[in-house]
Structures are given as C-alpha cells and as structure tokens.
Design a protein around this ligand. Structure first.
Ligand code: DC
Length: 225
C-alpha cells in the first residue's frame, strides 16, 4: 500500500452505528468512505430475490454486469453502481437480509473483495463492513471492531426508522438482527469477527460522539508511532 493510501477499517454487526461513524471519521480525515454493506445490498437488490440460490453460471453472468465505483470524499462520498447512485430501497430490512443471504456465497465475496481492493488501491479510505480488517484490507493501518448488545442495536435501528417516518416494530427488528448476526458470524467464508490487531469498542451505553472521539484518538496515536 502506498504511503498516501491510508485505510481505516470499521467492522461490526448490524445496527452498531458503523455507517454514522465511518462517515464522520472519513470527513474528519478528509478521505473517502466506503460502505461495503451497500455493495452486498446493491448486488442482492439488483439480482433479486432468490439469487442466492442460482447456479454458478447464472450468478457469474449476473455479477459480470455490475461495476462499482466511488466518488467524492467524507460525507460527500458516493458509491455508484454502473455509474448510478444505489436504489434507496437497499436500506430496508428486507434488503439487509437478502444481502446477508448473498454474502454467504464465495463467488459474490470474491467479486466484491476484488472491487473493494481496487477502490482502496487508488484512494485513502474509511471502509466499513464485516471483513474489512480480516480479509479485504489485512494490512490496514487502523482497524476497529464495533460491538453493542442486540437490545441496544435494535433500539437504535427502531429510533432511526421512526425518524425516517417508517413503520417500525421493535420485536421484529430485534429478530431480524439476531438472524443476520447468526448468519454473518457463522458463515464459513469471511465470517464476522474482529481482526487480531483491531481495537474493539463496545458502544453499548456510549453516545456516538464518545465513540468517535475514541476512534480519532486511536488514529492519532497510530499516526504518531
Ligand atoms: O452493513 P450492512 O447491514 O449494510 O450489511 C448488509 C449485509 O451484507 C450484512 O448482513 C452482511 C453483508 N456484508 C458482508 O458480509 N460483508 C461486508 N463487508 C459487508 C456486509
């Protein structure tokens, strides 16, 4: 990795606040922000329901038509799929579950890993996902693993959906988070786990400002070393 391409990785389970933090850290550092969950969501949403059960040939043909790129920096970073912004529908809980389903497939993971590494070759990044520190950017300078209890994550997601004016059911959200956690942590390829050299931050009961400060402090410490 060249001196000027610095990679910060933020991994963790669904609803832990990775997106908010990754955007803020990218903004503070003046680098681009890469939401790799959005890439899995975009693939699942574009190929459609049940695509995780397609045979290899059909799946590979579908993936061939997908080209991801990243433009802008900080809060203005924008992920494009075939030159277009992603469909806002990828943010629904249903799309999250589809993404988790398709993320179990080796072909899809290999395809997206290559796309993610290609993006990280050209620009400095804050990359958030499940396997950024372990698989995609193992040489990253600054690795973080965010965690929080299921209850706290479900509550945050509930408030977020309510804020967006969407119908939200706390029990349903909690169940969906548990299903995704189990699937993301137990899959054989690139399961969700903290890299050995990641700093883990348990965000249960801690506000986003405090977590942001801790991350920035650690990044500054790493820089000074
Ligand atoms: O972070 P998110 O909720 O947008 O991610 C959606 C799903 O995509 C998640 O449940 C698992 C999958 N994913 C993954 O397997 N690896 C990543 N690096 C990012 C997301």
């Amino acid at each position: 990795m060249s001196e000027k391409c610095r990679i910060v990785t933020l991994d963790g389970p669904a609803g832990v606040g990775k997106t908010t933090l990754a955007k803020r850290v990218a903004q503070a550092m003046g680098v681009a922000y890469l939401d790799t969950g959005a890439m899995f969501r975009g693939v699942a949403w574009t190929l459609g329901e049940g695509s995780w059960e397609w045979d290899e040939e059909r799946l590979s043909a579908g993936l061939c038509d997908l080209d991801f790129s990243l433009q802008g920096q900080g809060m203005d970073s924008e992920l494009l799929l075939n030159g277009e912004p992603l469909d806002p529908a990828i943010r629904t809980e249903k799309a999250g579950l589809w993404a988790s389903n398709i993320a179990t497939l080796g072909t899809v993971r290999a395809f997206l890993k290559q796309a993610q590494q290609a993006i990280g070759r050209d620009v400095s990044l804050v990359a958030e996902g499940r396997d950024m520190g372990t698989v995609v950017f193992p040489d990253a300078t600054d690795k973080f693993f965010l965690d929080a209890s299921v209850e706290e994550r479900a509550r945050r997601r509930y408030l977020q959906l309510q804020g967006l004016g969407e119908n939200a059911d706390l029990d349903e959200i909690s169940l969906q988070i548990k299903i995704r956690d189990a699937q993301d942590r137990n899959r054989p390829i690139a399961p969700l786990r903290a890299a050995d050299d990641a700093v883990t931050v348990d965000t249960t009961g801690i506000g986003v400002d405090e977590v942001f400060s801790r991350i920035m402090e650690q990044i500054r410490k790493n820089e000074a070393q």
